[in-house]
Design a protein around this ligand. Structure first.
Ligand code: NAD
Length: 376
């Protein structure tokens, strides 16, 4: 477990009460009052928070930016001025337990390096706040279990930052998988790669948990599970039965000391779907394809924040305009889940499922490509 240094019995019990009260909120204010947008605090003010989430929180309707958690107080105070929230809503990682006393904040969005997700998610849960945690959920399945247990005990909701579930082209993939226009999507493939050529936390195993598989290969895993799942009833835990993987030879062993530079893996599903995927920090690739007996759908690019393009064997599908912000849709949906007492379509259990798959892929690569069973 990850007891927060400042967490006390009082704050934990207070957290339980606050969490339960939030879960019980009505869908709308009474007597025609406008909904109060739920308050979000971003935890970790790096590139993704600055470039994507903060701008998205200007577009959201069900939630709004009301606080930050940062290691740099001056930066936090500058954000308070820029986004118009009070200075008292600026926290450090060490003072997160005090969130329990702050009714402005309903949701903490954890956007720190992967290894820190568990302690920050658990601290937020102990303070009675609902949590969105960025992908990958954590570096190990054991950490995911601890995070899920803490959120359950505190009765707060936990969701993972899987923005593409709210994106219309990926929703079309899910529709095709379930409605079967092309028959069950059985042959899957994809790849996602970009180049890293300097030392950043993403190439340090202690902080990132692994290399590109953890960071971006996870998008191929997500899309493969979405495409192979013809039923959707247990979509958060739908997984392949087995994987095989091979790590790419390293061209920059100096940079990728203890993480893979690239990896290729195969996924095998119980219903006969299968696919091969690759990811790398040394290249450029962004694609996904799913094929059934009667047709196919192809994404290129498949996974960016905007500009996703698809083609199908039946021509251009009718899809509404791309959203201004995938992240705004994602955060609004979570705020509505909290208000309405619904489970998120991308819950913590899905983040855990993906870690089970990623761990199996790493085990297979370590065993020279052996078939490794996946047990979610
Ligand atoms: P970043 O390096 O730009 O930001 C990380 C933040 O964490 C920084 O503000 C840094 O100061 C802070 N931090 C706190 N403790 C730290 C420590 N010990 N070492 C390093 N930094 C520390 O990273 P980012 O690109 O914003 O990624 C943050 C998280 O968001 C990651 O989990 C990443 O996978 C995820 N992410 C998701 C998406 C998406 O599309 N869903 C996109 C980018 C990043």
């Amino acid at each position: 477990m990850y007891p927060h240094p400042l967490a006390t019995r009082r704050s934990f019990l207070g957290g339980l009460a606050a969490g339960a009260a939030t879960l019980g909120w009505p869908a709308r204010g009474t007597a025609g009052e406008p909904e109060r947008p739920l308050g979000v605090a971003l935890c970790g003010l790096g590139n993704y928070s600055r470039g994507q989430l903060a701008p998205a929180l200007r577009l959201t309707r069900a939630c709004a930016l009301r606080g930050v958690i940062t290691g740099n107080r001056d930066k936090g105070l500058a954000w308070a001025r820029e986004f118009g929230f009070p200075e008292r809503n600026v926290y450090s990682y060490a003072t997160m337990a005090r969130l329990v006393d702050n009714p402005d904040i309903d949701i903490v969005y954890v956007v720190t390096p992967n290894a820190l997700h568990p302690e920050h998610v658990i601290a937020a849960a102990w303070a009675g706040k609902h949590v969105i945690c960025e992908k990958p959920m954590a570096n190990t399945v054991a950490d995911c279990n601890a995070m899920l247990a803490a959120c359950r005990a505190a009765r707060v909701r936990l969701s993972i930052g899987y923005r593409l579930h709210f994106e219309p082209h990926h929703r079309e993939l899910r529709r095709l998988a379930r409605e079967g226009d092309f028959g069950p999507l059985r042959r899957l493939s994809g790849g996602l790669a970009f180049t890293i050529n300097r030392r950043v936390w993403r190439v340090e195993k202690a902080l990132a948990g692994g290399g590109p598989l953890m960071d971006i290969g996870i998008y191929c895993v997500q899309a493969a599970c979405l495409a192979a799942d013809t039923d959707g009833a247990a979509h958060a835990t739908f997984a392949p039965v087995a994987v095989r993987a091979r790590e790419h030879p390293k061209r920059r062993a100096d940079l990728f000391r203890d993480v893979e530079e690239g990896i290729t893996w195969a996924m095998e599903f119980a219903n006969g779907a299968a696919g091969e995927f690759s990811t790398s920090y040394n290249g450029g690739e962004d694609r996904f394809r799913a094929e059934g007996e009667r047709g196919w759908i192809e994404f290129a690019p498949a996974f960016p924040y905007g500009g996703i393009q698809i083609r199908t064997s039946a021509g251009a599908p009718r899809i509404g305009a791309a959203p201004e912000s995938q992240q705004a849709l994602q955060m609004d949906d979570f705020a509505r889940c909290v208000r309405e007492g619904r489970e998120s379509p991308v819950p913590g259990e899905m983040g855990r499922r993906d870690m089970v798959i990623l761990e199996a892929i790493y085990r297979s690569a370590a065993a020279g490509g052996a078939r490794v069973e996946v047990k979610v």
